[in-house]
Design a protein around this ligand. Structure first.
Ligand code: TXA
Ligand code: MG
Length: 324
């Protein structure tokens, strides 16, 4: 678990090297406000294939293309409805991914053969600097899933990326360290191919915010086989090795994650005590990782109530509780 050879602080030199790394078809893990991404040149088939290898991810699961600005989105997509422009204006850069009909630039190796593509402008200085420099040097966009092995907990620090992926990376690859992610759960994914926005994965951009911006009532993902290729919507996902038990009274020897107001019973190992739901989202994945580092068999999580980002937290925990 030591700091690996891959991790570098985000100096100007490291950023420059990262752009070259990407242009050469290698991988760069980078921070975003949600979770760390494992990036590759979205126009380079071999480079994108390495993302799948490194994550151990099935090849038909589509990737999000990250851009430095909504202005360049037109190259990647077709048929952008007005409500999507409103969403982009209000929430980009930010924790939101929009799904559109793809242009010919978004090839099968990005979209998993689907005729849509996911686009995100992340809100993180390092990510934006990397994306902008990549664009300036002729790069088209950076494809990036969360920088974890398939089905595991997403990483929210460079150290967590290194712990997850170092053994699968090559010497040419790089991990940019931009500190801990501030949102902590993955972006809200919104399908913008229909007459109204449809939420495929809840996240930091909430139903209320989407309603407010678009004046439309967003549809919610109904679980069905047809949706299975939204890998984040697989029934089992986001899971640590420890068994996740929801909303139970913790016993001695078990890990415990809950809002600070809940006391830790005797002998229970407290892994996080966030003061509100935002902090809950920010700390959750690191706390689940801590359970594994401590070799705990079980971790009990008292889920936060209410809407807003609490919905995203409960969505991830529900899947995490189904195991790997
Ligand atoms: O916050 C985030 O979204 C992070 C950071 C790195 O940007 N990325 C992320 O990527 O969570 P990933 O690949 O771990 O999860 C993206 C989800 C997957 O479930 C994928 O199936 C879905 O987005 N997705 C991507 N493109 C899609 C498309 N065209 N249609 C439907 N779902 C799509
Ligand atoms: Mg993921």
């Amino acid at each position: 678990m030591s700091q690996s050879q891959f991790v570098s602080k985000c100096t100007t030199d490291a950023l420059q090297l990262a752009v070259t790394t990407l242009l050469h078809g290698n991988l760069v893990a980078f921070p975003t406000e949600t979770v760390y991404g494992l990036g590759a040149d979205a126009l380079n088939k071999q480079a994108v294939a390495r993302i799948y290898e490194t994550k151990g991810r099935p090849a038909d699961h589509p990737l999000i293309v990250h851009l430095h600005s909504m202005q360049v989105m037109g190259q990647w997509v077709e048929d952008v409805p007005e409500y999507a422009i409103a969403l982009g204006r209000d929430f980009w850069p930010g924790p939101m991914t929009l799904i559109f009909k793809r242009s010919t630039l978004a090839q099968d190796f990005i979209t998993g053969g689907q005729d849509t593509v996911g686009i995100r402008v992340p809100d993180h200085v390092v990510a934006l600097a990397l994306l902008e420099a990549f664009h300036t040097l002729g790069g088209g966009g950076i494809a990036a899933p969360s920088a974890n092995r398939f089905g595991h907990v997403s990483p929210t620090t460079a150290q967590a990326v290194s712990d997850e992926l170092s053994e699968y990376l090559r010497p040419e690859d790089q991990i940019l360290d931009g500190g801990a992610c501030t949102v902590g759960v993955e972006s809200t994914i919104i399908d913008c191919t229909g007459p109204a926005p449809r939420i495929l994965r809840p996240g930091g951009i909430t139903i209320e915010m989407i309603k407010e911006t678009t004046g439309l009532i967003p549809l919610q993902l109904v679980d069905s086989k047809e949706e299975i290729r939204v890998s984040g919507s697989l029934e089992k996902h986001y899971a640590p090795a420890a068994k996740v038990i929801l909303d139970a009274a913790p016993d001695a020897g078990q890990g415990f994650i809950a809002l600070k107001e809940l006391v830790t019973p005797e002998g229970v190992i407290r892994l996080a005590a966030p003061i509100n739901t935002d902090e809950f989202a920010r700390d959750l994945y690191a706390a689940l990782r801590k359970a594994d580092e401590k070799g705990l068999a079980e971790v009990v999580v008292e889920q936060p109530q209410g809407d807003g980002i609490a919905i995203a937290i409960r969505d991830r925990l529900e899947r995490a509780s189904k195991g790997r």
